[in-house]
Write a protein that binds this ligand. Sequence first.
Ligand SMILES: [Fe+2]
Ligand SMILES: [Fe+2]
Length: 378
Amino acid sequence: MRKIGVLGGMMDPIHWGHIRAALAALNAGLDRVLLAPCLTPAHRPQPVASPEDRMEMCRLAAQADPRLEASDIELRDTTCYAVDTVRLLMERYPDARITWILGADKLQSLPRWYQAETLFSLCDFYVCPRPGYESALEAPGLRLRVLDSPPLEASSGDVVERLHALDDAPELLPREVARYIALRGLYQPDFVPVLRQYGMGDKRLRHTLGVRDTAVELAALHGVSMQAAALAAMLHDLAKPLPLERMQALTREYGLDLPEEITADGNLLHGPLAAAIAERELGIRNEAVLSAIACHTTGKKGMTDLDKVLFIADAIEPNRMDYPGLADMRRLAKTDLTAAVLLSMRRTKEYVLARGLHFCSVTEQAMQDIIEQEEEKA
Ligand SMILES: [Fe+2]
Ligand SMILES: [Fe+2]
């Protein structure tokens, strides 16, 4: 008889604590463990991420072992009693014996679960030790086994806190889950209404989301925080829809000290201005993110990897119409961020000079800085 375990919970988001428990259950003899996010436990606050997103994160987390599987069994529209879930699983897997996996923190309330005696007769229980919680329980008919799993001192709340600090939390979150969170903007405010408020239309919003996708991919490749890249991308063109006069008025209002060659040109000014708005109006305090937003139009001396990720993602995102050098930039960005940025700046310089326009001295300095650094390396 196959042995199938089910690990339920909000999974908001799923983290290594859940996955380790599931792996320990496999080690204890189960053939398969279902990672089953639940819909709306009556006694707890609503999850932040949607059921679909929590399912998808479970699917990604299940890649840790072929015997793990995301399951929608607990995404039912009614109160999810364990006894009902077990019955449904017995219907779905008639040849299997079901094991309920739970943390020691929930163990002592088990005898008070709905129809507990019936539940005990239908399935086995595995308990994951938790520091500060008793792992033993005697109850009539209860078949309980304590798992040998190293306790992880982390909760989804800890994970969310780290995400708010724009940290991918690699020791708590599988990389693919952190990547999904960044790509979908989960556990961050929804900035789309703010972008709309500043006058962003559909086309530029598509561009913004394309920049976010590209920035997250590049961040993953180059060891930069995916959460920071996603946030910077989301806000980088915030000020772009504003008319130049309005940009200049806000620049004065915020007391931004910028050279005239930048304040005279909305194509350059919207970067530093977006950073000022993000900081003062949206409460973004992360200096690295503010820097990337501010310099996405001109570059600057001493660009960080995050600065470069946003700068080049802006230039190569998938909605961009083809232009000379684009294919090279896309290829280069995957292997050499700095070279891609330099190529992009060179192309811009050629374009600007060919039209007899002024090439921004800040960008010129950024290019010289990169060239000098590359020479030092070589
Ligand atoms: Fe921009
Ligand atoms: Fe942009």
